[in-house]
Design a protein around this ligand. Sequence first.
Ligand code: R5P
Length: 272
Amino acid sequence: MGALEVRRFPDGEKYLRVLSDVKGQNVVVIQSIHHTPDELLFEYLLLTDALKDLGAKQVTAFIPYFAYARQDERFKPGEALSFRTVSKLIESVGTDEIYTIDMHQHRVLKSSEVFKIPSHNLSAMPLLAEYVKKSGKVEHPLIIGPDAEAEQWAKIAAETIGTDYDVFTKKRLGDAHVEVRPREANANGRDVLIVDDIISTGGTIIEAVKILLSQGARHIEVACTHPILAPGALEKIRGSGVVDVVGTDTVPGPISFVSVAPVIAEHAKSKL
Ligand code: R5P
């Protein structure tokens, strides 16, 4: 593991120093871009630019939570295409290859649509589903993805646990407001596991929970890869009737019970 010194100058600027000899080495940089995304992105840019300048042969980025991926389209005239800008910045400092985990891909369906360098999107959902299965708190649960995009994660969770799944449809009405509608499955008398990539305000999960409770769900749990958890989100979710919520450490926090380290290690070892 390489050593770094990262601190702030008194004026607020970031200082970063690579303390290990990286000349001629293949380097793996792991930097999740969560709670303070602008700062953590900038650290990544300083670090990778320095590594390349110091003679690193190849830099492979693992960005477990890739912020800004949700702004993948110009929803209103004049908006910045943040996903594209961030991707360009990451490439511009000499990143040779990039790995993300359950990156938000709603309208952009493949990371290769955004990145020119080789890119791979891994999933933490098998680990999350194993965690829920091992907890033994749900019995033959119905897996629910709260929107069409979540089908990929609902499918993985259902296969891992050995059960059935369905997805709801969702319309976003504002930053914290969504409208969710059911499709075919009925949760009456069932244990339910809701799976999603991100919990931010919790609005999506809470709307899904309302439907499931009105159908007569017996016990509801939630698993997500990136528990961003805006202020008050966890309390609102717990207060909505959800028994347990679990996330991973792509965004470290109070429900980060599952580590993505094994997923990263499995792919990183071939890069060193
Ligand atoms: C959006 O499509 C994502 O997959 C999540 O469903 C969404 O980001 C969750 O956000 P919130 O918790 O604010 O509803």
